[in-house]
Design a protein around this ligand. Structure first.
Ligand code: NI
Length: 241
């Protein structure tokens, strides 16, 4: 159920029974030569929408922009700073809290958001004693990683991964773009990296991946695993005492 496509009396009615809200978050950043710039928010948005529909839970509008400083040397990428993201998340949650939401489940598609989200939760929870927050990073679920290992072995990579490219091809089959085989460099240098250094170390934007192995069918399987696991987590989070 999409919050953006409903009216306030319907939300007020919902809140008499549930105070749970799902919030998708991602990024706007390069995903290698054949991955979509919106990958991280498009995947979390699809998962959130499908899970919200399955469980009859409201889904907030997607926070498409994330902390992507390290990708800024690639055209089409943009970023908000950690401190902005912490403030933004805190203020968005505070608004929803004020009119009755209490449980906030984030579905995240981007690693660069993880530490800022957790910092935002720490600050928010200090001032909102009845609130609860939770977070699922879909690509880090053990069930997803196990299937990726079966499909892609050691070349799934760390950015513009075979798994995330495959999932976007499942969601947007008309965007499928083949790429010649070959693993991107994975020099395991320091982290985090500034934008220019990132591009020097990872010239086409991928980190250690070989998305020539990606297919929409593999993406479907990975997406369905993520859907099932996160749906169960959301259900448990919503009903826990
Ligand atoms: Ni990504």
């Amino acid at each position: 159920m999409e919050l953006a496509k409903t009216n306030w009396p319907a939300v007020e009615q919902y809140l008499t029974d549930s105070t749970l809200l799902i919030l998708p978050i991602g990024s706007v950043e390069q995903h290698g030569p054949n991955g979509l710039i919106g990958t991280d928010h498009l995947v979390s948005e699809a998962l959130a929408r499908d899970i919200g529909k399955d469980l009859n839970v409201f889904v907030a509008p997607t926070l498409a922009y994330g902390m992507s400083h390290h990708h800024l040397a690639f055209p089409g990428s943009t970023s908000v700073s950690p401190r902005t993201l912490i403030l933004l998340v805190n203020e968005i949650l505070s608004g929803f809290y004020r009119n009755g939401f209490r449980r906030f489940f984030f579905i995240n598609g981007h690693g660069g958001n993880d530490s800022s989200l957790k910092a935002a939760f720490s600050e928010f929870l200090l001032d909102h004693s009845k609130a609860r927050t939770s977070l699922a990073n879909w690509w880090l679920l053990p069930e997803v990683m196990e299937q990726e290992k079966a499909y892609f072995g050691g070349v799934n990579g760390y950015h513009a991964t075979c798994g995330e490219v495959a999932v976007t091809w499942h969601l947007f089959p008309d965007r499928e773009t083949p790429i010649p085989p070959g693993q991107a460099p994975d020099p395991h240098h320091e982290w985090p990296l500034g934008p220019e250094r990132f591009r020097a170390l990872y010239p086409d934007g991928r980190m250690g991946s070989d998305p020539s192995l990606s297919t929409g069918e593999k993406g479907r399987v990975l997406y369905e695993i993520a859907f099932r696991v996160i749906r169960d987590k959301v259900r448990e989070f919503g009903s826990a005492p």
